[in-house]
Design a protein around this ligand. Sequence first.
Ligand SMILES: Cc1cc2nc3c(=O)[nH]c(=O)nc-3n(C[C@H](O)[C@H](O)[C@H](O)COP(=O)(O)OP(=O)(O)OC[C@H]3O[C@@H](n4cnc5c(N)ncnc54)[C@H](O)[C@@H]3O)c2cc1C
Length: 543
Amino acid sequence: MKSINCDVLVIGGGATGAGVLFDLALRGLRVVLTEQNDIATGTSGRYHGLLHSGGRYVVRDPASAKECIDENRILRRIAPNAIEDTGGLFVALPQDPESYVGPFLRGCAEVGIPTEKVPIALALREAPGLNPKAREAYRVPDGSCDSFDLIHSLVEGAQALGGTLLNYHRILSIDSANGAIQGATLEDRRTAEQVRIFAPMIVNAAGPWAGEVAALAGMEIALSLSKGVMIAMNTRWVNVILNRLIPPGDGDILVPVGTVCVIGTTSVPVARPDDNSITPKEVSEMMEKGEELIPGFRHGRALRAWAGVRPLYDPHSRSQAHDEHTHDDEDGRFVTRTFTTLDHADDGLNGMLSIVGGKLTTYRQMAEKISDRVCAQLGTTRPCTTADTLLPLPKWSRSHARSFHFLSNRLEALEDSPRHTNLICECEIVTRAQLEEAIHVSGPSVSLDDLRRDLRLGMGPCQGGFCAYRATGILGEVCNLPAEPAVDRLRAFVQERFRGHRPLLWGHQLRQALLDEMIYRRSLGLTMNSSVLTTQETEATHG
Ligand SMILES: Cc1cc2nc3c(=O)[nH]c(=O)nc-3n(C[C@H](O)[C@H](O)[C@H](O)COP(=O)(O)OP(=O)(O)OC[C@H]3O[C@@H](n4cnc5c(N)ncnc54)[C@H](O)[C@@H]3O)c2cc1C
């Protein structure tokens, strides 16, 4: 069995785990990060895309609001390529409670979030689709954040310092003796090989799976899992983030992200960390909430729906003493969005720490706090430097510059390119050369979905309809794959794309899905376990 010796094993390749990997690598420790899938495939790859100013939390959860605004300022400095400075508006519609405005403004002032009253005429110029009946608007420093780019930067920054990523490696057991961590046994999910990690410390950063990981070591964590649904529309609709000026609720934020904008989200308690189910009712609700903010929204083309699960920490959730609290909070909106670090030595296991709760916006602060605890236990005195360390551009940086990726940058690069370049994904402007390079670097086991996260392949309006089979041909060619495994990878990709537009099959999106299905099922003879033609429930909802 392969074995690795290190100082710290980090479990979970989301923003938190990648942040811990980078922080500890900067402090000179030997760190291994293990992730059961590819990096950024958990909640961090399934979130809303908002770099919070904190405005959303000022009234009910000021501690979280303070963390957000502090980190918002830092992330703009250290990760400019992953952040688009869209700015944000909190907008009150006629039906929104006037009584919320005062506490909102006072709360912002108390935690240091700058606000500016924006005349409605100006707000309508900045966000032309905005409901003209809007009553009041306030500007806050929100932004939008590309979590794939951010997490790639963190992991690659750590690797350059000697850190190790083991993706597609799942924890089989956490090994301890005499009440102290010895390491863990992992399984490479692609080869079924086992790997033994010898480490005196483990950081459990498994997000909504943190309870399951803790259970492998016989520990318990009081997680309160809350699912949220989001829908990406196929154009931006607005260039500024729109928040409803109301207590946090469903569908009250619209985030422009790249070429699309995302309406979200909901908060539904779930039992499983991988519960990504989406109901027609949730879809209808998001479209209606979008319509309230932007009249005409519901007639737009909804491109893709997805769900993620929040890893909220609620030690009171099972306590009899807090019955009242849980009754009032059936959707989990009252559970704090701050984070918690746990030392399982308190329950008799030395060397294992867990970190739960928080936001993607606060990943760096979360990583700093848990890494401080790791260092204290390992006797390392090197301070945290992540707040002042510019993150490296990831290999597949979409912008190739220290600025956020816009599709137009790729178009300009393509037009300026002296050599003829084959375009493989027209929607996201991915060339054959980029694809071949990414395949070479990732190796022959790379999936089309990994390439999607690297390059944005298949993320545009056709959702892989035209690029997936071309990419499969190139993958097969570069890796010398026999037909069968190449087709398996195509099928996995197409089915995953289909899963995202299945809840949205009406209007233009239904036409696109039918076209994609004709390409794959009819022309290429691909067998799939789902079909547009047999999907009726959401069509019925939307007519
Ligand atoms: C619907 C929704 C919208 C959100 N919107 C925003 C937003 O706009 N802005 C914001 O700041 N925050 C937002 N959040 C919160 C934010 O996304 C999360 O707090 C954050 O992404 C959690 O990151 P994480 O690294 O802790 O967890 P994750 O990203 O889930 O990472 C945990 C990883 O652990 C891995 N793992 C699990 N078990 C094992 C195992 N046994 N072995 C190896 N690996 C394992 C998983 O595969 C996963 O990749 C949102 C959350 C949700 C649900």
